[in-house]
Design a protein around this ligand. Structure first.
Ligand code: BGC
Length: 752
């Protein structure tokens, strides 16, 4: 009876016009009935299900739900499983408070899209927003309310396995993508049955782990933090993200999860964030390893810093009652955390309908339907980056004899990449099956060539986490001999190689980032046949491909392109789609260059090959193999000189920078026109170039179009030594072109 009343009142409140105050009143009423233990129970987020990234600490979760000791769970989905747990909460706990259901829906729930690094290579924020809408629709139909996405950590070190989960190295592009994802997931109204709550992660600076080793220490100046690493988190907050996840790393010597400056002063006070703060997996417990003190101290530090919800540790439910009684944690602090969780539930409409959006019928029609599968293919096509294409080796001519060689030709398991939520690799389209669909009765040749990896210890490690890497019983020599025999019968060789998916993602750092195992040896042998060799890559990070670049004819980076990967790759290989992806992370020549990124500082001794005492290496160039923004097309684009509407920009004014882009090749294509700006002098040193805008333009052969960017003083602002956002007068260079390497420039002056 009481439960009925609760839902009815919530429904009435939701339909009222003064949404905020009605929510406050509802939460006030509810909290008025809650004991301290029940409030603390709301702060507890255990995992129930299969996907875990650490120890599974929670026991007897069902009993805890009945006892009001759980605020939400993650890793449980499907209407049936969600309904079962939700029923426990709403029918058997004293106050009938519904649970939040979270899950790592990172690049698709069941329909899988390219990994985020691949998606970012589309530079298509509208496509990314549409994907987030589709993902939310599918996930919510499966009972999910909350995704732990987007990951907006800026990453400049490709040794870090988690670069695959983010949008690369650039704060401007990262911010644009973060906004699009938050808007797509939440749709401005969490009460819509197909909207889900987003969670910005990992706050903050997780991508700057020293030496690219996951979970490692980060340490950086506030200037770098504010100018280069924080913008995407801030953009996501401004876009209305309802939650944020703390990171595992420390910041200024204090773990992020217990860092009051970060979570309260910056996030809540400066940025005005009013949503809920959840920790990363066992991050409160890990503060003991960081050395902050014992269990009680870690719990107190986290909640006093501004954490609302404890993921998995159980430190809050174990420690907060006593800490509150001892006065070490204020009752008002616990109340504030509990309120934020109840508010999230209210906004999601869970008090009105704890089973919001879930029913088997909706799941059957929304999950992996035709539209979503088509969107997955569109995204896959647009994420593919043509790194090299000498002598127009690509697209392939299907009338030629083509040998597809490599352990990934038939593969489905790796195509959907890491963090593929409830995606089923068996539903992914392999390259080979796509070729069979595309060319009935095809006569393509195939040989495996080598194993993906040969190191048995590494294989065992990856297989413990679902790697599913089954070594071929033949020796490397036998595999190679078969591949060469096959290759000799062909006119052209397509080698399909890369990393097993478990080599990127969490806890998947590498100290060498070349093609693993015998893959390069295979490529060398294939090259010796004298036939043209195309390399098709499937991987989750920038790799070192210097030998491959120097010797192979064409290289196509396809990332882990998702459920429709094979179809997309086949279309691109045979010219039914023209590649248009552009890198969002620099590809280094070797690991010694790392970190290498385009928006670096000039130094006092900038590179000069003729002078010894300048900033460079003796044994490798300063230039990366492939710069940020790089990506070729089957057609050619030419870009005119930059035209400025004025050479002076005033405080209240704006100027435009224009170029004409022409498709001077012989097929339709899409170019991403990139605008970079250099602030030549400043009160602090400024990067040699910074991305400040981009536009995608689709052109038919012979067609040209003028592309115009508007530049205002706002775009020239940066955080100065006092951490004030400001633009300073002086000279600026404007670059416009097809990658960060462009030298196509004009100059203007900002006069304030
Ligand atoms: C990861 C997070 C993830 C969480 C929950 C952690 O290990 O760092 O990104 O959201 O697990 O699965």
């Amino acid at each position: 009876m009481k439960k009925m009343f609760l839902f009815l009142t919530a429904a009435l409140f939701i339909s009222c016009s003064s949404h905020k105050s009605e929510m406050d009143k509802f939460v006030d009423d509810l909290m008025g009935q809650m004991t301290l233990e029940e409030k603390i129970g709301q702060l507890h987020l255990p995992t129930v299900g299969f996907d875990v990234t650490g120890p599974r600490l929670s026991e007897a979760v069902e009993q805890k739900i009945k006892d009001g000791q759980v605020g939400g769970v993650f890793n449980t989905y499907t209407p049936n499983a969600v309904r079962k747990l939700q029923e426990l909460a709403v029918t058997q706990s004293r106050l009938h408070i519904p649970l939040l259901f979270g899950y790592d829906v990172i690049h698709g729930h069941r329909t899988i899209y390219p990994v985020p690094l691949g998606l970012s290579a589309t530079w298509d924020t509208e496509l990314i927003r549409r994907i987030a809408v589709a993902v939310a629709d599918e996930a919510s139909a499966d009972g999910i309310h909350w995704t732990f996405s987007p990951m907006v950590d800026i990453a400049r070190d490709p040794r870090w396995g988690r670069v695959s989960e983010g949008a690369g190295e650039d704060p401007f592009l990262g911010a644009e993508i973060a906004r699009a994802m938050v808007q797509g997931y939440e749709q401005g109204d969490l009460s819509k049955p197909n909207a889900i709550m987003s969670c910005i992660k990992h706050f903050a600076l997780y991508g700057a782990a020293e030496a690219g080793r996951d979970y490692n220490t980060t340490d950086m100046s506030r200037l770098r933090m504010f100018n280069e690493y924080l913008p995407p988190y801030k953009a996501a907050v401004e876009a209305g993200a309802s939650s944020i996840m703390t990171s595992f790393n420390e910041i200024d010597g204090i773990p992020a999860t217990g860092n009051r400056w970060l979570l309260t002063d910056l996030l809540r006070r400066q940025w005005g964030f009013s949503g809920l703060v959840v920790t990363d997996y066992t991050a409160i417990a890990e503060m003991e390893n960081h050395g902050v003190g014992d269990k009680a101290q870690a719990a107190a530090m986290a909640i006093n810093a501004g954490v609302d919800m404890d993921m998995v540790s159980e430190y809050f439910i174990d420690e907060l009652p006593a800490l509150a009684k001892a006065g070490k944690v204020k009752q008002t602090t616990i109340d504030a955390a509990c309120r934020r969780i109840l508010e999230a539930k209210y906004k999601l409409g869970l008090f009105a309908d704890p089973y919001r959006g879930i029913n088997e019928e909706r799941a059957a029609t929304q999950i992996m339907n035709t539209e979503k599968l088509a969107l997955s293919k569109e995204a896959a096509v647009k994420s593919i980056v043509l790194l090299k294409n000498d002598h127009r080796t690509l697209p392939l001519d299907a009338s030629k004899k083509i040998a597809f060689i490599g352990p990934l030709v038939h593969d489905r398991c790796n195509l959907i990449g890491n963090w593929s939520a409830a995606g089923n690799p068996q539903q992914a389209v392999s390259l080979w099956s796509a070729l069979e669909n595309k060319f009935a009765g095809n006569t393509f040749l195939y040989a495996k060539g080598c194993n993906l990896i040969d190191d048995a210890t590494l294989r065992d490690k990856l297989n413990q986490h679902g790697g599913n890497i089954i070594p071929d019983s033949r020796s490397p020599q036998q595999l190679l001999a078969e591949a060469l025999q096959t290759a000799r019968r062909a006119d052209i060789i397509v080698a399909v190689l890369g990393e097993p998916f478990g080599m990127s993602g969490e806890a998947a750092s590498r100290s060498h980032i070349d093609l693993p195992g015998h893959q390069q040896a295979l490529l060398k042998a294939l090259k010796e046949t004298g036939k043209p060799v195309v390399l098709v890559l499937m991987n989750g990070r920038p790799l070192t491909l210097t030998w491959e670049h120097d010797h192979l004819d064409a290289i196509l980076e396809t990332w882990y392109a998702g459920t429709r990967a094979g179809d997309a790759i086949a279309d691109v290989l045979f010219g039914d789609a023209n590649p248009s992806g552009k890198l969002t992370m620099t590809f280094p020549r070797n690991v010694g260059q790392i970190p290498v990124y385009y928006n670096h500082k000039n130094t006092g001794r900038p590179f000069n090959d003729k002078e010894k005492y300048t900033s460079k290496y003796l044994d490798v160039s300063n230039e990366p193999l492939y710069p940020f923004g790089h990506g070729l097309s089957y057609t050619q684009f030419t870009c005119s000189a930059v035209q400025l509407s004025d050479t002076t920009l005033t405080a209240a004014g704006s100027i435009t920078a224009s170029v004409t882009i022409a498709n001077s090749g012989d097929c339709a294509g899409e170019e991403t026109v990139q605008l970079y700006i250099r602030d030549c002098t400043g009160s602090i040193t400024r990067p040699v170039k910074e991305l400040k805008g981009f536009q995608k333009v689709a052109l038919q052969p012979g067609e040209s179009r003028q592309i115009t960017f508007t530049i205002t003083p706002e775009a020239l602002k940066f955080y100065n030594a006092d951490l004030l956002l400001t633009a300073e007068p002086g000279e600026f260079w404007v670059f416009i072109g097809g990658s960060s390497a462009t030298e196509n420039k004009a100059t203007f002056t900002l006069s304030l």
